[in-house]
Design a protein around this ligand. Sequence first.
Ligand code: ZN
Length: 251
Amino acid sequence: MRRAIVSDIHGNLEALEAVLEDAQAQGAEEIYCLGDLIGYGPNPRECIDIAMDRFKLTLMGNHDQAAIFDPEGFNQGAERAILWTREQLESRGNPRQNERRWEFLGELPRRHEEGDLLFVHGSPRAPLHEYIFPEDIYNRRKMERLFQMIPRYCFVGHTHVPGIFLESGEFLEPTDLPGGEFRLPQDQKIIVNVGSVGQPRDQDPRACYVILENGKLTFRRVPYEVEKTIEKIYRIPALDNYLGDRLRLGR
Ligand code: ZN
């Protein structure tokens, strides 16, 4: 079974459509999403609709949760984007479809386990909120604790920085891997950050996701019409222009 694992779409429809096309061309039969469908980007409703129709699994991310409940602990720009997103989900369009989206978001699971694979948005310890950054490899206590909590292989998003944490203490960037490919090791646990579809933060503006099949994973980078998304963001006063500018820079 060839599976695409995506995360952190953040209402970026152009990036999501480009990734879906790429995943299909790669022969992906199922799509798993590790959360944050919305927040920051200009097309929350369209991205939720695609998730409802096409994703086999969607987990809840911290931005999804904040849109349904109350935003807490976000910076001002992110908070304004969340409140604007909520308004889009509450007031515009067909009330029945609004309700469907609302129910779908409210029922998203926080974690999903399948054999030796664990899927979460942030971390196995605090699925919605904890970040695992590349520099955390220097925090042995944190990483040891996280590795204790996973069956064998764990897939996360949340930081928007793709790469692989090895139990032995290393962090591998996708550019370290020949062809972006990596074989799941038999002798140690790993945590894979699949990167972000809609707001990459590793200085590469292309959408990022992972293909998983038969113990092999591949990081994919997909160009999309960044300027089109930026234009939409500029036109919405509640979304800071910075949210567009950062897409161009991949940060
Ligand atoms: Zn995110």
